[in-house]
Design a protein around this ligand. Structure first.
Ligand code: ZN
Length: 314
């Protein structure tokens, strides 16, 4: 009887979720320890604890990408309190990746300078990961800027291989940083009503964006690839990461590690994009195939959020 019930349940699950049953997504979080208008330790601790709390509560993996220049005080001394913010990630089982020391764009500096900044940015995270018997395996380009010539990209790829790094691409691009700037500024101004309105618009915006990347993936591959999400260690995610995870689950997603998401064959495709924008790998692959493979109607940040953020454009 149990088996029959089990089979019925399985059939029900498959038939209700249809082709969405195998959706997977990895959650990657940039600009650690924290990016916020309030730089005091208490705020950073609160944001860190809340982000980690959401992931622990939902029992899902996340990976954080660090800018180590945020770990030093004004005198250039390593601040143990800031380092402890990162220790919290590792203590909860969440790995750290390299996002350069100073969040510099590869398009703004020479390759030797960029590589020096990357190496300067692995000092603390390598020590911390070694404490749990692991290394630092992923690199995320700041601004998703990846170089304007194939030569620079190829040379940097060799450098990464020599230093045992793998690029952490993303398929699910979004403007969480605009929402968070709006959320921060509204909080700083004491406008709780607007803050609530911004927060309430965030998860629906992200869901519309995810639906867009699902369509873009199907247009390009005839199927939905494993999604890789980029968000930031910011104020709005400290309040809404739980809501985001719930939305993913509602859409039939299983949240997987970055390692697992990147096992999807799609990520073997080369990135030949040479433009100046920081764009999704789905758009890079689409542009390589021809502009007509770009899915139209990408959702935008609502005007009222844009206005509150102080950003001119997305
Ligand atoms: Zn960043």
């Amino acid at each position: 009887m149990k088996i029959v019930l089990g089979l019925c349940f399985l059939f029900f699950t498959l038939s209700t979720n249809g082709q969405t049953a195998n959706r997977t997504i990895a959650i990657t979080i940039d600009d650690l320890p924290v990016v916020s208008t309030r730089k005091d330790l208490k705020n950073r601790q609160e944001i860190t604890q809340k982000i980690l709390g959401h992931a622990k509560k939902a029992n899902v993996p996340i990976i954080g990408f660090v800018n180590e220049n945020k770990l030093y005080d004004v005198k250039g001394k390593l601040d143990p309190d800031q380092v402890n913010l990162l220790r919290n990630w590792i203590a909860n089982g969440f790995p750290l990746g390299n996002h350069t020391y100073s969040h510099v764009s590869i398009n703004a500096v020479s390759l030797p300078d960029y590589e020096a900044d990357l190496l300067k940015g692995e000092y603390v995270i390598k020590l911390l990961m070694a404490e749990v018997g692991q290394g630092v395996y992923y690199f995320r380009h700041p601004y998703l800027h990846t170089g304007r010539t194939l030569e620079k990209k190829a040379e940097f790829a060799r450098f990464l291989a020599d230093h045992h790094y793998r690029i952490a691409p993303i398929s699910f691009d979004d403007a969480d940083y605009i929402f968070s700037a709006a959320y921060d500024k509204t909080f700083d101004a004491g406008n709780k009503e607007l803050m609530k309105k911004i927060g309430a618009a965030y998860v629906p915006y992200m869901e519309a964006k995810l639906a867009y990347w699902e369509r873009q993936s199907t247009k390009l591959f005839g199927r939905e690839i494993s999604q890789t999400l980029l968000i930031h260690a910011n104020f709005i995610n400290s309040d809404y990461l739980g809501g985001l995870i719930a939305m993913f689950k509602k859409r039939g997603y299983r949240i997987v590690t970055l390692d697992d998401a990147l096992k999807d064959e799609a990520y073997k495709l080369p990135d030949t994009y040479l433009g100046s924008a920081g764009i999704s790998w789905l758009h890079r692959w689409a542009l390589a195939k021809g502009k007509d493979t770009i899915e139209p109607d990408e959702p935008h940040v609502p005007d009222f959020v844009m206005k509150a953020s102080g950003f001119d454009s997305e």
